[in-house]
Design a protein around this ligand. Sequence first.
Ligand SMILES: NC(=O)c1ccc[n+]([C@@H]2O[C@H](COP(=O)([O-])OP(=O)(O)OC[C@H]3O[C@@H](n4cnc5c(N)ncnc54)[C@H](O)[C@@H]3O)[C@@H](O)[C@H]2O)c1
Length: 322
Amino acid sequence: MKPLIWIIDEEWPDYEVEREILRDTFPDCRIEISAHDYQADLEKFGVEAEAIICQIYVNLPREVIERLTVCRCISVYGGGYERVDIEAARERGIKVTNVAGYCNEDVTDYVMAAIYHFYKNLAALASTVAFRPWGARAVPVPPQRLSQSNLHIIGLGRIGQELAAKAGANGLKVTAYDPYVPAEVMAGHGVRKTEWEEGLAGADYISVHMALNEHTTGLLKYEDFKKMKPTAVLINAARGRIIDEEGVARALAENLIRGVMLDTLSIEPPTGREAILSLENAVVTPHISYISVQSFEELKRRAARNVVIGLLGGNSPDLVNG
Ligand SMILES: NC(=O)c1ccc[n+]([C@@H]2O[C@H](COP(=O)([O-])OP(=O)(O)OC[C@H]3O[C@@H](n4cnc5c(N)ncnc54)[C@H](O)[C@@H]3O)[C@@H](O)[C@H]2O)c1
């Protein structure tokens, strides 16, 4: 076989891991690379590609999928695959895979870092040390210990469960809202199941961990921030559009909660004009919570392996439209 494998990406500096794995099984394969705005290459590579490996940011809607004449698999570099029309792909017999779980450790470390960021306030205290009172006078409102605090997780899947374990080990009490995970399963993870409002009202820290889909888009709205404690902190390292961004900006401007840490936004990369970017109590990071040497390696290796399995006619455990 001499398949054309089309990589759509503009983040990675090289594709050595992918090339090695693909060439190990298909020594004569052709590998072509396009940027996220791949339209100009659709005729050149898309129609000939037997497999596509693409970044989570790449839109593959129905009209594009219908033009892929020989494609047999689409392998997404990441956990979320909401930009690929998996139904259109299924209709054409194209297997779509993601790479779930490869960065659980990284994302949960990010959430713990976000919690500590607000808990200990180190960056703010260090940056003003020359102008401020020393010692207790620098901390007029002492923080609650983590052992007296509550983390509420919205979406107790792979990442949520690992976060629950890490937060529990750091002394936090953990509750979760997830209509698809029974209370007994949550209890097995040391988590107490709550209804929507109860979870929001009782939380000191809230962390969002579910897929973006038609049910979860805009799930957290302005009105929900009124249900939270004024000292609450919201963390989102799932997908930006799960939270109504104008609603959160308004809630922060009105000091309905203490602050937010967002690793994902509605539009990525942002235009720079978003209200959320200029609010003092919003910390926004450029979608980096998944990054480590080890997560990169696993992500690239599994994405390439998923193509090999797909082209050989098999079903990867990472299949999302089987
Ligand atoms: N920022 C990053 O770099 C990064 C990295 C990896 C994953 N992610 C995102 O994190 C998401 C979660 O990853 P995961 O591996 O834990 O997914 P998962 O599928 O294992 O877990 C998602 C959980 O959300 C729950 N859920 C679904 N609808 C819900 C709803 N309406 N309310 C509450 N819970 C609901 C599901 O029951 C499931 O338990 C991914 O979909 C991806 O978008 C982001």
